[in-house]
Design a protein around this ligand. Structure first.
Ligand code: DHB
Length: 455
């Protein structure tokens, strides 16, 4: 590991009508004993204005926040991000471009993923942590304030960001970090920005079936490891759906969730109750924000609007409208074909189960990942753990039409964090599907606010 502050290039790129100039340090290895060396490195960028004595958005080279995006999707390898265009949107500056323009230092790690030998769990979280430790190790020489690291990611990457926020310095990760030769430094981060986190994987199946209860037709576009399909679930899948849905109330009730007024959020054995009302409130708030900015919401017939107020909803009709994407179980698949089965595999056993239900109902006699491995991939286990140094701030966004995981998953994450006194900005943006980085102005306003609060 090294950092030579003089070994940079000054680059200038123009996207559409906008130009950004920055200093770039590329391909910096963040681990002494990398397993996939091309993927255990980071790129560092800083606005060139800082080196010419100008400040940006009130920041200087000393106090600029360090924005730390990952590009992990589908738990696949995520290359180090680069300033440029939004993929498939020529002329539109991407997140790194915008972050530099706004005055952030950007630390963009590449992160191993499940398709690589040595890239299955917990490689992705070990790498993200190793990259943070690298930043701390060279903090004296680096641009920006390494005590203001903000992780950012979408979907599997959003889950990683949440995990970074919840697990700072936890000893569970020490063996993995030692193995790859990460620096002996803190890996706690200041804040975590999480778009539609595909997280709490060992409870996400129940949450999915609770939400999409008795909706048995599924519809999905494809991505390489998850083919496009439309169809009706099999009788076996329907039976699995009913059993998983029936198991969700016990899980929810075991969490002792409360809303901000202190009301217990629970479910009765049928899956109804104050927790469901709370999820409805999240959706109604989403609708209300849309109404308040002038959107026409009349095509959403599951929603009741009275005098400009989103007053109630038909939950079953709402989920029929957004439609089910995945068959049951959505994550720990009975045939072990899901991305998550592969995430929890090994080079010798490419796919494994990771829930008791998956293991007991396996159609392929699959092995099960050890509980300790499932634990280190789930932020929920660390939120109240005194050995974890939590991020002070979270921003969680889960689109109102997202069906990759249940809205309950992000809502439970937000509630648990809030219970620990963590400042959580949580919202379900209207008519937004499974996506991220769609509201950068608001994201940056949040970063600026939290950095000011803790100056
Ligand atoms: C992602 C999406 C999924 O539906 C999933 O199960 C895992 C990851 C993603 O987009 O990263």
């Amino acid at each position: 590991m090294y950092f030579d502050k003089n070994s940079y290039t000054v680059e200038e790129i123009t996207v559409g009508s906008e130009t950004v100039r920055y200093r770039a340090w590329r391909d910096l290895p963040y681990a002494e004993r990398p397993v996939v060396p091309e993927y255990q490195k980071l790129n560092l960028y800083a606005p060139e204005d800082y080196f010419e004595g100008r400040d940006i958005s009130g920041y200087t080279i000393e106090n600029a926040p360090v924005f730390m995006p990952n590009t992990v999707g589908g738990y696949m390898p995520g290359p180090a991000d680069e300033p440029g265009e939004v993929p498939n949107h020529p002329g539109h500056p991407n997140t790194v471009f915008r972050a530099l323009q706004h005055g952030y230092v950007v630390a963009a790690p590449a992160i191993r993923g499940r398709s690589q030998t040595g890239g299955q769990a917990p490689a992705c979280i070990a790498d993200y942590k190793a990259a943070v430790r690298w930043l701390r190790h060279f903090a004296e020489d680096l641009p920006g304030d390494q005590e203001k690291i903000i992780t950012n990611g979408t979907s599997a990457g959003g889950a990683l960001s949440a995990l970074m926020g919840a697990t700072g310095n936890h000893p569970d990760y020490s063996p993995y970090l030692k193995e790859i030769g990460a620096a002996e430094e803190s890996d706690a981060v200041f804040a975590a920005s999480c778009y539609c986190p595909i997280t709490n994987l060992d409870h996400a199946d129940m949450a999915y079936e609770w939400e999409f209860k008795e909706v048995f037709d599924y519809h999905r576009g494809g991505w390489p490891s998850f083919p496009a399909a439309d169809g009706e679930m099999t009788e076996l899948q329907k039976a699995a759906s009913r059993r998983l849905a029936a198991a969700f109330p016990e899980y929810v009730n075991s969490l002792g969730l409360k809303d901000s007024a202190g009301t217990a959020l629970t479910l009765d054995p049928d899956g109804n109750g104050s927790f469901k009302k709370y999820i409805e409130k999240v959706v109604l708030k989403s609708a209300q924000r849309a109404i308040d900015r002038g959107d026409d919401v009349s095509s959403d017939t599951w929603l009741t609007v009275d005098a400009g107020k989103a007053v109630s909803m038909d939950f079953a009709a709402y989920v029929r409208t957004i439609t089910r994407m995945k068959t049951a179980p959505a994550f720990d698949d009975m045939t072990m074909k899901s991305p998550e089965n592969n995430l929890f595999g090994t080079p010798r056993t490419p796919c494994r189960h990771f829930t008791a239900f998956g293991a007991a109902n396996s159609l392929v006699g699959g092995e099960t990942a050890p509980a300790g491995l499932v634990k280190v991939m789930n932020p929920m286990y660390y939120i109240a753990d005194p050995h974890a140094d939590s991020a002070l701030y979270y921003r969680i966004r889960h689109g109102e039409t997202d069906r990759d995981t249940s809205l309950a998953v992000s809502a439970i994450l937000a509630l648990k964090l809030q219970e620990q006194g963590i400042d959580v900005d949580y919202h379900s943006p209207w008519h937004v599907p499974h996506a991220g980085d769609y509201d950068l102005e608001e994201l940056f306003a949040w970063i600026d606010k939290i950095c000011k609060e803790k100056q």
